[in-house]
Write a protein of this length. Structure first.
Length: 299
């Protein structure tokens, strides 16, 4: 069995993409069969099993026999679940630095299905409790918290440009992504109709162009190493922009936020997923949006 955990808002999206659903517990979806590709799962429990027990100590013993560290997803019998968790080794907060090393100790996840039944997986797809990626944030320099999306992609998924590369940042105002890319050592062509935060605009290796991103032709910018976009626009408009740059041959690496207006646009999302070497994931720091990345070759 495999279990998929979504955030509160995106359980419907998760249910729409999964097959062979066995049961749903809060935002945790239990499935039969092999692992499935999932855009909307925040945490995937890879070897889920159902365990019956009679007492709190028996439940804790069963978990300790399967792994050392456990994260609790509490959906029912909350106090009983807390008592079981208290009988397990203490799980310290896992907060990392940007581009710093990730935790290496295996981390399991569990929940109570009822008073005497738990669902547990000693293996999950994240080293963070329930997939909740936490950073030592910079609460002074960046002009918005949008920078955390790039921090997560670069640090957790290893998708990142190299120092000295030329990149474009579409929809850059107030400058959170431009700041991250500049800190990476990139030369940033930053594009938006609204100006950058003054402190960001003064940084070296930033060329700001005040215009609408959709009025910019690839040949106006020339060859770039990476295309970045956090534009607020309809998904189909972004898809058109990405395809335009792909067909130009002037860029092969893309990182974009696909933002949904109202309901999730599954049709356009599938079109993004069908692009060659495309990866799409709802990151922990995404809102009603997902992150797309395309590299020259699959990782």
């Amino acid at each position: 069995m495999i279990a998929y955990l979504a955030t509160d808002k995106f359980l419907p999206e998760l249910l729409k993409e999964l097959k062979d659903v066995r049961s749903v517990h809060g935002n945790l979806v239990l499935t039969d069969g092999p692992i499935q590709k999932s855009v909307w799962a925040q945490n995937i429990w890879l070897n889920a099993e159902i365990i019956s027990f009679d007492s709190i100590s028996q439940a804790a013993k069963a978990l300790r026999e399967r792994g050392k560290l456990w994260a609790l997803y509490s959906v029912e019998n909350h106090r009983r679940a807390e008592l079981i968790q208290e009988n397990l080794p203490k799980l310290k907060p896992r907060v990392v630095n940007f581009l710093g090393p990730l935790p290496t100790d295996p981390l399991g996840a569990w929940t109570l299905l009822d008073k005497n039944t738990l669902l547990a997986a000693s293996e999950t797809n994240s080293v963070f409790p329930l997939g909740e990626v936490q950073f030592h944030e910079d609460k002074v320099t960046p002009p918005s918290r949008a920078y955390l999306k790039l921090w997560e992609l670069f640090t957790v998924y290893g998708v990142q440009p190299k120092a000295g590369q030329r990149v474009v940042d579409f929809g850059s105002c107030p400058g959170g992504w431009t700041w991250v890319l500049q800190q990476m050592g990139c030369h940033v062509v930053s594009i938006d109709r609204a100006p950058l935060d003054e402190a960001i605009a003064r940084l070296p290796r930033i060329e700001f162009i005040k215009t609408n991103a959709f009025n910019v032709k690839p040949e106006d910018i020339g060859g770039i190493d990476w295309f970045f976009s956090d534009i607020i626009c309809y998904p189909e408009k972004l898809l058109e922009l990405v395809k335009n740059w792909q067909s130009s041959g002037l860029c092969s690496n893309f990182v974009c936020t696909i933002k949904f207006q109202g309901k999730t646009d599954f049709e356009t999302l599938e079109a993004f997923q069908s692009l060659e070497n495309a990866h799409v994931q709802h990151l922990y720091h995404n809102k009603h949006e997902v992150t797309l990345w395309i590299r020259k070759s699959s990782p």
